[in-house]
Design a protein around this ligand. Structure first.
Ligand SMILES: [Zn+2]
Length: 77
């Protein structure tokens, strides 16, 4: 799907479809926040299962960003 088609697709979504997408994203968001919180309490990354302090050059992981506090908004939800 190119940008133009994607725009058309977006514009033609029904209210019900938009709601469905929003609900799904919301569920996914909640699931991730829960998993993150559980991992955070154990100082473990829920994405890769490693200690939060672990930084592996071979295995880049999002938890590096988490440590920098970019997800603070997510945690406080
Ligand atoms: Zn990780």
């Amino acid at each position: 799907m190119d940008d133009k088609n994607f725009g058309t697709w977006l514009n033609n979504l029904t209210e019900a479809q938009i709601k469905e997408i929003n609900d799904k994203q919301h569920e996914e968001h909640i699931r991730q926040v829960s998993a993150f919180k559980a991992g955070y309490q154990n100082e473990q990354c829920y994405l890769c299962g490693k200690d939060f302090k672990t930084i592996s050059k071979e295995q880049a992981c999002l938890h590096w960003l988490l440590r920098r506090g970019k997800f603070k908004k997510m945690i406080s939800n």
